[in-house]
Design a protein around this ligand. Structure first.
Ligand code: ADP
Ligand code: ADP
Ligand code: ZN
Length: 215
């Protein structure tokens, strides 16, 4: 099974992808995570992406598509992929078709997380993750069960993304509206889009996604 989670920044893509990974052993392919790893490691890709990401703009299509191709090549052929934050442009959507076909994979579902933009700034400015295992949290909506301790790995160090500020979020939303939302019709024409209410609580969103996967 290969699926895309589509939605603006803060829609809940990463949260839901982590749950699918735990439950079904699928693999999460997040171009945002790959780019942040490249920035931390100071690779040429990271150097190219760093300032673009800080502004909330999109990095080049060729760069992210190359990252996705490499990740898929490192995966067992039978394991499922969750594309999180990719594709984000029509050009990336086209590249994904080519990349999947070359590897004998097909796209089963595109799950659109339908959210109210007004809620996204609060979601994003309250977001933090475990520095050790990457588990996602929120200051209000998903606090660790024990303050200061990661539910999943017991880690005590957490981090926040430099681009998760109210200013950059506006640019990221505008990029989504202008470049990413327009790719939905490509998948609608194939009859593989399912729209899920991303404003529901996290468990309800998970249940709705599970229902789509079970179709
Ligand atoms: P969010 O989940 O909040 O939308 P991401 O972690 O997916 O954020 O992305 C963070 C930043 O990384 C984006 O603002 C953009 O600069 C860059 N980025 C991530 N994925 C892509 C992509 N597929 N194409 C272009 N830029 C990307
Ligand atoms: P994305 O990957 O789409 O950018 P995330 O999954 O990182 O979004 O979610 C953004 C923030 O909102 C996180 O802090 C997360 O804990 C929180 N969040 C995710 N889904 C929900 C939800 N359904 N209701 C309330 N908060 C949520
Ligand atoms: Zn952890």
């Amino acid at each position: 099974m290969n699926i895309i989670l589509l939605g603006p920044p803060g829609a809940g893509k990463g949260t839901q992808a982590q749950r699918l990974v735990e439950k079904h052993g699928m693999r999460q392919l997040s171009t945002g995570d790959m780019l942040r790893a490249a920035v931390s490691a100071g690779t040429p890709t990271g150097l190219e992406a760093k300032s673009v990401m800080a502004r909330g703009e999109l990095v080049s299509d060729d760069l992210v598509s190359a990252l996705i191709g490499d990740e898929l090549d490192a995966m067992a052929p039978g394991s499922g992929a969750i594309f999180d934050g990719y594709p984000r442009t029509a050009s990336q959507a086209h590249s994904l078709d080519v990349i999947l076909e070359a590897r004998g994979r097909t796209l089963d579902h595109v799950i659109e997380l339908d959210v109210n933009e007004d809620a996204l700034v609060e979601r994003i400015t309250g977001r933090f993750t475990c520095a050790a295992c990457g588990k996602g949290y929120h200051d209000v909506f998903e606090r660790p069960r024990v303050d200061g301790t990661c539910d999943k790995c017991g880690g005590h160090e957490f981090k926040r993304r430099p681009d998760d500020n109210a200013n950059t979020v506006r640019t990221r939303m505008a990029e989504y509206r202008a470049k990413t939302a327009p790719i939905l019709p490509i998948y609608e024409a194939r009859g593989i889009v399912a729209r899920v209410d991303g404003m529901a609580d996290m468990d309800a969103v998970t249940a709705a996604i599970e229902a789509v996967l079970a179709r």
